[in-house]
Design a protein around this ligand. Sequence first.
Ligand code: C5P
Length: 278
Amino acid sequence: TTPQLLAGKRVVITAGPTVEAIDPVRYLSNHSTGKMGFALARACVAAGADVILIAGGKIALPTPLNVTRIDVLSAEEMLMVAQQCVTGTHSALQYMLEEEHDHSHDHSHDHSHDHSHEHAHQQGDCDCGEDHEEIIIDGSLKVADIFIATAAVADYRTEEAAPQKIKKTQEAMTLSLVKNPDILATISLAHPELFVVGFAAETQDVERYARGKLLSKDLDLIACNDVSRADIGFASDDNAMEVFFSTHYEHDSITLDKASKDKIAEQLTTIIGEAIWQ
Ligand code: C5P
């Protein structure tokens, strides 16, 4: 049996591509399938974590058991949802709790947006005479312990999506693009206490680029795959990785040999679990 290295930990994972609208029917995206992030979500649940999976694009993969999944499209939306999930303030998390509360106490009125009631619960001065404890512990105030960014975020988005379908009247057209926010760096730099894991796909100088990102994005770990290899990565079911650690850990780097994404996810989860207890 796997040791429950992540018992009681809340893990937020981004996965898949982002989708950047050009007009109501067209978008910019990439070939990311989300497999690695979904495999990590399963592995983290198996290690005892409470997992929130932020899935970009239109990922057809089934939601892993016991995982809270939130679908998003653009990088800006993914960043906003990630911030809310890391700070425990996303409405999907509150809704879940209210549902739980609703069922366990058989309330008849609709709680889904009854924030004043919930607030009173959190303050402990609600007069409904019920036990408020579980809402405070499991509730909207619970911040994440670990953030794992596997999403293939589009580097650029259209400056402005056209409100109507663009007609093919011109012989040539130019799309004006602007840089997307770096979700991983933004979250990591805003939450120094959060254990943060990044991914990188490189074709050369893997270690140098990885170490640069560890520092610039203030990461604890970065898992790199060599995308110049045809047998792993993107749509493949297999992966191989080199994991680099920031300086305050016992390890400098660990190589994970080619294996299924599920196996790699399990190994990575163990590495994360051991590092957070260090
Ligand atoms: O800088 P680069 O794209 O190589 O960094 C890869 C890592 O940063 C991945 O973990 C990816 O999920 C994350 N990232 C992000 N937001 C971006 C770009 C990358 O979260 N805009």
